[in-house]
Design a protein around this ligand. Structure first.
Ligand code: HXC
Ligand code: NAP
Length: 293
């Protein structure tokens, strides 16, 4: 048994219908596959229908599960409502929303046009609140309980990060929404949680954040105390747990899965990780020898 294997019991998500925005690629696609293996029906949505249909066909064949591919730009509320209607027409109900769709690229902020800033914030923040609002209104109106919204944020939602400022602003907003609604909507039987991943290689993220030769120059593994990037299955295991009934008492939390990356950047003296045993002997001698004035 290890971290590249599925963790939950067979059938743990049986009869659940799960909407995953941005479910045709990257981490969304990996989650779709695992949730199908656990018995769920999955609705995947994004702007590119061809990509979604390709993923749906591939994963239905591989797992024998049911996938509905729906074109939906999460920035447009009417499209979100239509996607919800199509989901209900096909599966009769929805149990889980995963706010996974995102837009991002690396850039000095002063080089961004106002439209570039809007583009990222609209996909990440507006997209997440559009979907959350549409689903929440539906569940509350229909008096349906035991529902879950899980949002994929990232650790710089609370630390901030240079060169991805629109994304940092938007992810911070999604986290604030998660914590706020965890309290407000608990009485309706809706749980709100988030996952904050560190680096998990995907084409979408890597091509836009560490393009070309910068991938070698800025080796992301070096920023991680565990000295590796994440395996998709690790994130899928955590997501499956957080949307399953096993996590019924977890509400309003954000679970970090980053190998300790953000703390390595945060600790005042973390650079001493590089110090050798001989150097520690010398340091101890100097420190013990220091006399206060
Ligand atoms: C400066 C840029 C730019 C760049 C686009 N723009 N790329 N400005 N530097 N590299 C500007 C454009 O000039 C335009 O402004 C505005 O942004 C919108 O660009 P479009 O190409 O028209 O937008 P669109 O086709 O909607 O594409 C959205 C996108 C694109 C965000 C720009 O990258 C995309 O589709 N991304 C979706 C997938 C994605 O980003 N995945 C990565 C998520 S990773 P003007 O003013 O010229 O019109 C992630 C990881 C977080 O979130 C944490 C990692 C550890
Ligand atoms: P990805 O493959 O690029 O996924 C992003 C998805 O969002 C794409 O499928 C894209 O599809 C969709 N999308 C973009 N704009 C949309 C819109 N307006 N409406 C609907 N869908 C839209 O990247 P990923 O790495 O898997 O990222 C998945 C999530 O994990 C994101 O929330 C990201 O911020 C988060 N995350 C990733 C990492 C990492 O290391 N990979 C780390 C931390 C957090 P279309 O282009 O077809 O619309």
């Amino acid at each position: 048994m290890n971290y590249t294997e599925g963790m939950l019991k067979e059938g743990a998500l049986k009869d659940k219908t799960i909407i995953i925005t941005g479910g045709g690629t990257g981490l969304g696609k990996s989650m779709t596959k695992y949730f199908l293996q656990l018995g769920a029906n999955v609705v995947i949505t994004s702007r590119k229908l061809e990509v979604l249909q390709g993923t749906a066909n591939e994963l239905m064949k591989e797992t024998g599960g049911q996938v509905l591919a729906v074109q939906c730009d999460v920035r447009i509320y009417a499209e979100v409502e239509s996607m919800l209607a199509q989901t209900i027409a096909k599966f009769g109900k929805v149990d889980v929303l995963i706010n996974n769709a995102a837009g991002n690229f690396i850039s000095p902020t002063e080089r961004l046009s106002a439209r570039a800033f809007d583009t990222v914030v609209d996909i990440v923040l507006k997209g997440s609140y559009n979907c959350t609002l549409a689903l929440g209104k539906h569940w509350i109106k229909e008096k349906q309980t035991d529902k879950v919204v899980l949002s994929i944020v990232t650790t710089y939602a609370w630390t901030g990060s240079a060169f991805v400022v629109p994304s940092a602003c938007a992810k911070a907003g999604v986290l604030a929404m998660t914590r706020s609604l965890a309290v407000e909507w608990a009485k309706y039987g809706i749980r709100m949680n988030a996952i904050a991943p560190g680096p998990f290689p995907t084409k979408g993220a890597w091509d836009r954040l560490v393009p070309g030769a910068f991938r070698e120059r800025f080796d992301l593994q070096k920023q991680v105390p565990l000295r590796r990037v994440g395996e998709h299955q690790e994130l899928c295991n955590l997501a499956a747990y957080l949307i399953s009934d096993y996590s019924a008492y977890i509400n309003g939390d954000v679970v970090t899965i980053d190998g300790g990356e953000w703390l390595q950047g945060a600790g005042e003296f973390n650079m001493f990780t590089e110090v050798t045993g001989d150097e520690w002997d010398a340091i101890e001698k100097m420190v013990r020898g220091a006399k206060s004035e």
